[in-house]
Design a protein around this ligand. Structure first.
Ligand code: FAD
Ligand code: NAI
Length: 474
């Protein structure tokens, strides 16, 4: 007998599990199917998708451990602490990371139980329209649902001629499970994964070279931030080569050899113990049977949706990495809640202009809204308030004086258009900017808000004051 639901969510990542929980909270009889590609010792479905299993959470766990290692080796001495030469137990670090992943993925199962979401173990693919709903094959059975939310996420893009075995040549999956500090690590792609994973292994002692095709570093970030980041990361020892063209890559049991052309057109060769390929991600739409039911994809293979995540098919929605927009967990979750609330007749809302970006390097990088170069391109008149962390007492006390907060506001209305941070705690500080922008705030609003002293948030306060050329401590 076919199982019938009000809502079926395909995919159990941040887009899918949040959509399922919110739909169930709103009274829909909800199921979520997960094709379970992640290794689980008990062979059970693992929820949490890329984010929890092989993305946000494990990468941040490794970033934290490696940061502590670097602090112990190089940061403590300046504060009068002697601990000797620290040693890293990679197996223990990886086991800790995996334990966190297990705890969180298991926690989502608990949330499904609490919210009465049915978990179906299997790959979901469309069969046909059934009355006002849809038939979807999940594993060996066919499920019927009045509405379907596709949240199948993304996977690493691979390069032709560079087979990934996740031992010597890794994508994000293998990069999070490297079992010993490589002497030499090569990375193709100086994007978010390249910088975060490059930082992890550099801190632990690897000689890391990142080969990037684009001539500009971190092109999506504000130019001032990108320049500062390039300076700091280079000083830390990350070897960043921009404007390269990758040639033949030869992988063997013990290492890899990469031929490339550098920015000046010279032929080069890089030998390394491991290679991480981090050149972006592609949507998971294969195997959905999208064509058979007429589900429209764009030329990059993403499901086409409108601003409310409606596809071209009635009662079929799509959220997260499988649709346009930044591939970020919090963006997926925002869309998920919006869709569930729209299905319930509520005013679902997702403001794509205030989705923040964070890169968890040291120092951290975070931004929301427009960059200065974007505003120049659009011909918008703006003013800038920029304050260094060096001028902040808390940052000095912490020994974290690198970087700045840069606030950009409309020259005529004072409305905040963008906030760009490179510095300690940027991942937390950016929330204040997001709240201000979400409520159409002006720099004057933030300038008039009392910020606790001494805190790093005072740098945001001073940047707001600096928009009106009246900083108090700089
Ligand atoms: P996914 O998380 O990819 O989940 C999709 C799920 O659907 C998967 O579990 C998959 O198995 C399942 N599935 C696919 N097809 C089917 C099918 N046909 N039937 C059933 N199930 C199916 N984002 C941040 O915001 N912050 C970060 O710090 C961050 N760090 C990252 C670090 C790394 C190394 C990587 C790779 C990504 C990182 N991201 C980060 C991005 C984040 O992981 C994704 O944006 C987020 O996971 C997208 O959620 P999603 O639900 O759309 O897709
Ligand atoms: P990315 O899009 O961030 O960076 C890919 C980089 O590879 C780009 O700089 C690109 O120019 C370069 N590139 C592409 N083809 C190349 C080639 N042939 N040779 C050399 N360089 C090449 O993608 P990345 O790092 O793989 O991460 C994927 C996505 O995962 C991110 O875009 C982001 O959405 C998400 N993510 C988010 C994180 C966060 O929020 N902190 C952390 C990690 C990933």
């Amino acid at each position: 007998m076919s199982k019938e639901f009000d809502v079926l969510v395909i995919g159990g990542g941040p887009g899918g599990y949040v959509a399922a929980i919110r739909a169930a909270q709103l009274g829909f009889k909800t199921a979520c199917c997960e094709s379970n590609p992640y290794a689980d010792p008990k062979g059970e479905p693992r929820l949490g998708g890329t984010c929890l299993n092989v993305g946000c959470i494990p990468s941040k766990a490794l970033l934290h451990t490696s940061h502590l290692f670097e602090e112990a080796g190089h940061g403590f001495e300046a504060q009068g602490i002697t601990v000797g030469t620290p040693k890293i137990d990679v197996a223990k670090m990886i086991a800790r990371k995996s334990g966190i992943v297990d705890q969180l993925t298991g926690g989502i199962k608990g949330l499904f139980k609490k919210n009465k979401v049915t978990l179906l173990n299997g790959h979901g693919s469309f069969v046909a329209q059934a009355g006002e709903g849809w038939q979807v094959k999940v594993g060996d059975e066919v499920v019927t649902a009045k509405q379907v939310i596709v949240a199948t996420g993304s996977k690493a893009r691979h390069l032709p001629g560079i087979p990934v075995d996740n031992k010597i040549v890794c994508d994000n999956v293998g990069a999070l499970d490297i079992d010993a500090v490589p002497k030499k690590l090569a990375i193709i792609g100086a994007g978010v994964i390249g910088l975060e994973m490059g930082s992890v292994w550099r801190r632990l002692g690897a000689d890391v070279t990142i080969l990037e095709a684009m001539p500009d570093f971190l092109a999506a970030a504000d130019l001032d931030v990108a320049k500062e980041a390039l300076k700091v990361f280079t000083k830390q020892g990350l070897k960043l080569q921009l404007g390269v063209k990758i040639g033949e890559v030869k992988a063997a049991k013990k290492g890899v050899s990469i031929a490339y052309t550098d920015k000046d057109g010279a032929e080069q060769k890089l030998d390394a113990d491991r290679l991480i390929v981090s050149v972006g991600r592609v949507p998971n739409t294969d195997g959905l049977n999208a064509e058979a039911v007429g589900l429209k994809l764009n030329d990059r293979g993403m499901i086409e949706v409108d601003g409310h995540c409606r596809t071209n098919l009635p009662g079929v929605w799509a959220v997260g990495d499988v649709v346009r927009g930044p591939m970020l967990a919090h963006k997926a979750m925002e869309e998920a809640v919006m869709v569930a609330e729209l299905m319930a007749g509520q005013a679902g809302h997702c403001n794509f202009d205030t989705v923040p970006w964070v890169i968890y390097t040291s120092p951290e990088i975070a931004w929301v809204g427009k960059t200065e170069q974007q505003l120049k391109g659009e011909g918008v008149a703006y003013k800038v308030g920029k304050i260094p962390f060096l001028a902040n007492g808390r940052a000095l006390g912490m020994g974290e004086t690198t970087g700045f907060v840069k606030m950009i506001a409309d020259a005529a209305t004072d409305r905040i258009l963008g906030v760009h941070i490179i510095g300690a705690g940027a991942s937390e500080l950016i929330s204040e900017a997001v709240v201000a922008m979400e409520f159409a705030g002006c720099s004057e609003d933030l300038a008039r808000i009392c910020h606790a002293h001494p805190t790093l948030s005072e740098v945001v306060h001073e940047a707001a004051l600096a928009c009106d050329k009246r900083p108090l401590h700089f």
